[in-house]
Ligand binder design. Structure first.
Ligand code: NDP
Ligand code: GDR
Length: 326
């Protein structure tokens, strides 16, 4: 039975990846941080077969211990401070977790495997935020990186460190440059979930408006359940490499609002949405659009869920959750 260790198991992607690997017959282990992490119960409810280990990306000995206890064939590093807006408020913490945390885990894996470098395959959750102020469109694996936030800068560090461990030690270390991917499990701080929750509450008469920031930003949004499959496929290749994972379509926040409100029968959402300075960013990533041609050709990966289906899925889930009082 193959085994895997997932950092970030309590996050959106960690849960989908755990479900995918369990369905494939893996022995799945997850790293959980904190002395009384409230999301631990979510993991034990949704994926009870996952074995949990305590650890933190900033604490290397805890990583070594988790590797010893789980002895995985594959390590997926999904743990991060992942909210871009928060990264300006806590730039050092973001750097410690999202940048140095990658080095800590790579080094822990290197020490764990010793001379048997093929023993563990490593996945790093890189991000389209690394393209930031985009230097070409669409963005591909060779596009110049120009991050626009402490989060983006931290991800660039982790990305290059992953490549460096591959080149220096021959480690099977791959980096997935994933564009935005969403789901009903998306944290409510991110714009898509903030909108789907607000639309559900507004349509049920529980809220009268929503405060947002820049409505003109454009993102290449896909479904998280599709994207974790690409992570797994990367680690099944004979050679480690880097891959862009994206839909090849870009939409604005306004487009998302159009579809989300239309789903509950509201055609004109302008009186229901107010812009608020607090949600504007010091430096914005205006437009992202990914070219996932390499993932399609080499991995045979393509997204299944369309943008309208994604919006409908999220609004439906929040309508149901709001009605049930979850
Ligand atoms: P989430 O924010 O949902 O999850 C982040 C995870 O990281 C949580 O499990 C969190 O644990 C964990 N974490 C935070 N700090 C630490 C720490 N110090 N030590 C160990 N774990 C920690 O993110 P997603 O699931 O959406 O994303 C997964 C990864 O993919 C992240 O690295 C993200 O940056 C990256 N990414 C995401 C994209 C997206 O669109 N979703 C696109 C591109 C990259 P806790 O619950 O305890 O806070
Ligand atoms: P992003 O996602 O920064 O792309 O990072 P987010 O949903 O936070 O922002 C997307 C765009 O929406 C604009 N926006 C708002 N954003 C939030 N959160 N709240 C608002 O009220 C709001 N109004 C407008 C933002 O300015 C931005 O342009 C996500 C994370 O998952 C990262 O970890 C990941 O690496 C990238 O996607 C790819």
């Amino acid at each position: 039975m193959p085994s895997a260790l997932i950092t970030g198991i309590t996050g959106q992607d960690g849960l989908y990846l755990a479900e995918l690997l369990l369905a494939k017959g893996y022995d799945v282990h997850g790293l959980v941080r904190g002395q009384n992490n409230p999301k631990r119960d979510l993991v034990t409810d949704l994926v009870p077969d996952v074995q949990l280990h305590f650890g933190d990306l900033t604490d290397m000995s805890s990583l070594i211990r988790a590797l010893r206890e789980s002895d995985p064939d594959e390590v997926y590093n999904l743990g991060a401070v992942s909210f871009v807006a928060y990264s300006w408020e806590n730039a050092h913490l973001t750097t410690d977790v999202t940048a140095t945390g990658v080095l800590n885990l790579l080094e822990a894996v290197r020490l764990h495997v010793g001379s048997d470098v093929d023993r563990v395959r490593f996945y790093q959750a890189s991000s389209s935020e690394m393209f930031g102020k985009v230097q070409e469109t669409p963005q591909h694996e060779g596009t110049l990186l120009w991050p626009r936030s402490p989060y983006g800068v931290a991800k660039v560090y982790g990305h290059h460190m992953t490549i460096n461990y591959r080149e220096s030690y021959g480690m099977h270390a791959s980096s997935g440059i994933l564009f935005n991917h969403e789901s009903p499990r998306r944290g409510p701080e991110f714009v898509t979930r903030k909108i789907s929750q607000a639309v559900a509450r507004i349509s049920l008469g529980l809220q009268d408006h929503v405060l947002l920031g820049n409505l003109d930003a454009r993102r290449d949004w896909g479904f998280a359940g599709d994207y974790v499959e690409a992570m797994w496929l990367m680690l099944q290749q004979p050679q480690a490499d880097d891959y862009v994972v994206a839909t090849g379509e870009t939409h604005s926040i306004r487009d998302f609002l159009d579809l989300a409100f239309a789903h509950v029968g509201i055609e004109d959402w302008t009186p229901l949405v107010r812009q608020d300075e607090r949600f504007m960013r010091p430096a914005e990533v205006d437009v992202l659009l990914g070219d996932a041609g390499k993932a399609r050709d080499v991995l045979g990966w393509k997204p299944r869920v369309s943008f309208p289906e994604l919006v409908a899925m999220m609004v439906e889930a929040d309508l149901e959750a709001t009605r049930q009082g979850w």
